[in-house]
Design a protein around this ligand. Structure first.
Ligand SMILES: NC(=O)c1ccc[n+]([C@@H]2O[C@H](COP(=O)([O-])OP(=O)(O)OC[C@H]3O[C@@H](n4cnc5c(N)ncnc54)[C@H](OP(=O)(O)O)[C@@H]3O)[C@@H](O)[C@H]2O)c1
Length: 202
């Protein structure tokens, strides 16, 4: 929604093209006055885009990209999945085999340029086009081009700032922090995001 709102052409993927179309129609209905270039397709159709965002539950991310490896060859693939589980009232982080979901995604498509980003931005805020999302987005990758392309997309979104968090080994800590933030959202009854201070030039 945010990327379409700033003029990017977006294709919403799904395991079922019909389901993608239903979701697309539902989203467009929420913002009738806006020109949002959002298409709908199956996951293969979405993987044909220049930049691909993987936003499935954590254990579906690596298998989803693995099935589309050829289409993702050489492309920037953004992983935003968090491996979490609910224990009683608490959300706890899980550690996937390679230390993060993003590392598992990179291993599944070794010729793609995987970046990890957007983990801490609440979905409802991403969809609430009537106000900016005031937050920092930590971006990490083993490919400078992926960090650059992902950061440029983030910078297009009003209120969002991309911060280079280093190599993909940082993804585990970034993903795990989400469990803490979700717990705080419950405690404070809000949708909080991350903002860091102390950067040069502030
Ligand atoms: N929700 C948030 O606020 C938020 C914020 C930042 C990051 N994230 C991360 O983004 C990811 C998606 O979050 P969400 O809340 O959108 O989750 P979700 O609604 O549970 O899943 C998103 C979509 O993934 C597809 N999917 C479900 N299981 C799948 C599987 N096993 N394999 C492949 N695709 C599957 C489904 O679409 P189809 O059935 O149509 O294929 C589903 O609608 C999560 O990893 C989450 O941690 C979420």
């Amino acid at each position: 929604m945010r990327l379409a709102a700033v003029g990017h052409e977006v294709v919403l993927g799904s395991r079922s093209a019909e389901r993608a179309e239903e979701v697309r129609a539902g989203l467009l209905e929420l913002w009738p006055g806006r020109e949002l270039a959002i298409g709908a397709a199956d996951n293969a159709g979405a993987a044909a885009a220049d930049v691909v965002v993987v936003a499935t539950p954590w254990d579906g991310a690596a298998p989803t990209v693995a099935a589309l490896a050829e289409a993702l060859d050489g492309k920037v693939v953004i992983s935003m999945a968090n491996a979490l589980t609910r224990v009683g009232k608490e959300f706890q982080p899980l550690i996937p085999p390679r230390g993060s979901v993003a590392a598992d995604v990179q291993a599944a498509v070794p010729r793609a340029l995987v970046a990890a980003a957007f983990h801490h931005v609440p979905a409802k805020e991403l969809g609430a086009l009537d106000h900016p999302v005031e937050c920092d987005v930590l971006v990490c990758s083993d490919h400078p081009e992926a960090t650059e392309v992902t950061s440029a997309l983030i910078a297009d979104i009003p209120g969002m700032r991309a911060l280079d968090a280093g190599r993909l080994t940082a993804a585990g800590a970034i993903e795990s922090l989400t469990a803490v933030l979700i717990g705080m959202n419950v405690r404070y009854r809000t949708r909080l995001s991350v903002r860091l201070t102390g950067l040069p030039g502030e």
